[in-house]
Design a protein around this ligand. Structure first.
Ligand SMILES: [Zn+2]
Length: 243
């Protein structure tokens, strides 16, 4: 049967009001009905739980450790004054959490080096902390005192390192009874083992960065950490089996 009248012949989205909302509503209910009839509903649930797992492990153990170290000394200051606000402002500018900005902005290999050196320092009884880690060009531009140009910092300058995710320098200090001098001396004595050094002990003593062969050093350190974790898992499983 042919339907008479111009109204029924119009395409559903070309009424004078622009959109035919009644038609859209009915399309929506058809889509919903289909979604609940097939496996989409199950898939959506699976995706949600996978997402929540990713959120839980957003930071790996290295990032978590370095963030804990960063927070040991919550007030960031040096000879030029209190600059705690600067990392916070730079993180906000990039719409990131402070941890994601200062810690995850460093190169994963450099983080690996810091993790192992830091744990060794902890074991030697030194309470070390991080004054400054990743700095993008903006953060570098508001840094005070002796510093490289905005794009040329090893802390994460876009020209020097490639920017976010590539920072290869931190400024270190001591806290809770450990002096900065003790931390600097420890780096001088043991840093080489971890591919780290203080290139400017005279005019920028807090500055620690990677040295040659650091990629290789970092890979070996990561391998050792993963082997240790694997070993610990096996020991745990074995002890569970005995009970
Ligand atoms: Zn520095």
């Amino acid at each position: 049967m042919r339907i008479a009248g111009s109204k029924q012949k119009l395409p559903i989205r070309s009424t004078s009001e622009g959109l035919n909302t009644r038609a859209l509503r009915s399309e929506a209910s058809v889509t919903l009905a289909l979604a609940s009839m097939d496996s989409h509903v199950v898939d959506l649930n699976k995706d949600t739980s996978a997402l929540s797992k990713r959120v839980k492990s957003e930071f790996d153990e290295v990032e978590q450790y370095l963030w804990e170290v960063y927070q040991r000394e919550p007030v960031k200051k040096d000879g030029s004054g209190d600059f705690t606000w600067k990392d916070q402002a730079a993180a906000r500018r990039m719409s990131m959490s402070l941890q994601r900005y200062v810690i995850s902005g460093m190169d994963p290999d450099f983080r690996e080096q810091l993790y192992h050196a830091g744990r060794a320092m902890d074991a030697d009884g030194l309470r070390w902390s991080i004054l400054s880690a990743f700095r993008d060009d903006y953060r570098q531009s508001i840094a005070s005192g002796l510093k490289a140009g905005a794009k040329n910092s090893r802390h994460g300058g876009s020209l020097r390192t490639g920017g976010y995710g590539h920072g290869q320098a931190i400024d270190v200090t001591g806290t809770e009874g450990t002096t900065m001098d003790q931390v600097w001396r420890w780096i001088d004595g043991h840093g080489g083992k971890y591919g780290l050094h203080r290139p400017m002990p005279g005019y920028d003593p807090a500055h620690v960065q990677s040295r040659r062969d650091w990629r290789k050093v970092a890979q070996n350190l990561r391998k050792r950490r993963n082997q240790l974790a694997q070993h610990e898992r096996e020991v745990t499983l074995a002890s569970l089996g005995r009970d």
